[in-house]
Design a protein around this ligand. Sequence first.
Ligand SMILES: [Zn+2]
Length: 261
Amino acid sequence: MRVIDAVTEAAPGSANEDLWLVGGDWALVLDGAGRYPGETGGCIHPITWVVARLGENLAKNLNGRSADRLADLVHDAVSATMRDHGLTCDLTDPLSPGAACAVVRHTGSHIEWLVVADCAVVVEQPGGEYITVIDDRVDRLPDAPVTDGAVKTYRPEFVATVRNKPGGFWVLGAVPEAAEHALTGSLPAAGVRRILLCSDGISRLAERYGWTWSAIFEQFDSTNAEGLVRAVRVAEQNDPNPGRWRGKRHDDATAVVLNAR
Ligand SMILES: [Zn+2]
């Protein structure tokens, strides 16, 4: 796989908690799950540290264990990241820090993917169709109480009951079993033209602002990855009612576009 172009940009005025990495036959995007106000999540480390450790442990496993299942590599990368915290952190805290993740790998014959939480994989097929792999379980929690403010949010007390729990939603960080609950799949590589990996700071073009994936790839073709971030920022600035969405008005935005071969 070859990177055609990639970009990562922090939300205005904040540190970038997204990360992208590529190897010879794989690529990944991580999106740190921010802390809830007033909550440490039992961890002394910045979210950017957690994302960097996850990225390094995932890259090591992807580079060294190409015969193993993606979910096993991800499981073990979470375990290694937990060890990296050392004794300073209580990772049994249900709000312990973590990240959303999207990984793709070329096995020689197939393109495989694994997606968990707010990152996405979009596969462009030779006929111009798109396969989207989006984990929206956090948006489909039954009877979820949403708090209205500048933007809609879930209360930390509620999140603690559904995060990394069956029937809830999963993030990578403190529960290795989350890897088994990720969305996974594969396609013969001949059926794949290009692949977009992105954080929800980019996929909101489709999920919030109604862009088709075809339009998003056309924007990429005319302005490269940087242009996707610009399009997001314009849509956010022109949003007549950002309070209608659950989640931040602006978010870190990361996009990696790959050729399948
Ligand atoms: Zn920690």
